[in-house]
Ligand binder design. Structure first.
Ligand code: RIB
Length: 316
């Protein structure tokens, strides 16, 4: 991908968390206590991770959400600003910030528990007050760590202003729980394999299953489904063309946390720059792969130059 003709503006309505990260040899079993080798307090939250990724990839990145008035809140604000994210619309609310407890094992796999904190206080009024900011964007990016009706309202506002809508449905609601209608009528819905299965209500074990789930979701109203497949790349499914599998690159993963966030943000940046979906997804796959080579969420979001040089690598 070449340098963009214009710098796109991305608005991210989403969560901001402090990630409390433990390095463990393996994930503990229920009732088991294990020793961790390391602990780190690192900035995260799906929304904030995507905002940082978008800024590092060259976009103007505007964060809408809330942090608490605790010590984490101030740190999270300054880390976002330091990464080049615009935080004028990021409010501070009384009470604790969002927190994620993450254990990363020797294979780089993670287990995450989140508590919403201030993310749960983002309201319909907050997004309605940000209508002009959303309207000024080339693309709106949302995830599911805020109250779902707030996420749906952000997408509705974007749709009213013909702003491209990109939805990362993570964490997905339990199987059988439908989303607000607005969240199906989006430009790109980008679940991972598990989220695709939960949203479509079917098992997804392979590419054929991912395509079946995607086609069910297309019928609900999305223009395009991009199923994230981790090290196996991604699958693009749209009604007007056959499904396309986009491979990724091979890396040695250290921590897979936020790889999906890097993917979604990179894909969004490329789409907002006017790239076609296939090359935007390839850009996303590479950003996602690179994000697994560094510990932590926001610290792992790659710079544009790194993604561009990795794009020259041959696919497996
Ligand atoms: O996607 C990774 C993120 O999920 C972490 O940063 C954590 O905060 C949770 O939101």
């Amino acid at each position: 991908m070449n340098d963009p003709r214009h710098r796109p503006r991305l608005v991210i309505v989403g969560s901001v968390n402090m990630d409390l990260v433990l390095r463990v040899p393996h994930q503990p079993k229920p009732g088991q206590t294990i020793r961790a080798s390391d602990f780190a307090e690192l900035p995260g939250g799906k929304g904030a991770n995507q905002a940082v990724a978008a800024a590092r990839l060259g976009a103007e990145s505007i964060m809408i959400g809330r942090v608490g008035d605790d010590a984490f809140g101030g740190t999270l604000r300054s880390q976002l600003a330091g990464a080049g994210v615009q935080i004028d619309a990021l409010q501070t609310t009384p009470g604790p910030s969002g927190v994620a407890l993450i254990s990363v094992d020797d294979d780089g796999q993670n287990a995450i528990s989140i508590v919403a904190g201030a993310n749960g206080r983002v309201s319909l009024d907050d997004v309605r007050a940000a209508e002009s900011i959303i309207a000024s964007a080339d693309a709106l990016l949302v995830q599911f760590e805020l109250p779902i009706e707030v996420v749906a309202e952000a997408v509705t506002i974007a749709g009213r202003h013909e702003v491209m809508t990109i939805v990362d449905p993570a964490p997905a609601p339990p199987r059988g729980v439908a989303l607000p209608e607005a969240l199906y009528h989006v430009d790109v819905l980008s679940p991972n394999q598990t989220e695709a299965a939960d949203l479509a209500g079917i098992e997804v074990d392979d590419l054929a299953g991912a395509e079946r789930a995607a086609r069910l979701l297309l019928q609900r109203g999305a223009r395009c489904i991009v199923v994230k497949l981790g090290p196996d790349g991604a699958l693009i499914v749209a009604s007007e063309a056959p499904a396309r599998h986009v491979p990724s690159i091979t890396v040695e993963p250290i921590d897979t946390t936020a790889a999906g966030d890097a993917f979604t943000a990179a894909m969004a940046v490329a789409l907002a720059e006017g790239e076609a979906i296939d090359s935007a997804v390839r850009f996303g796959c590479i950003a996602g792969a690179l994000a697994t080579t560094t510990l932590g969420a926001q610290p792992a979001m790659p710079m544009r130059q790194r993604v561009q040089s990795a794009m020259q690598q041959k696919t497996p």
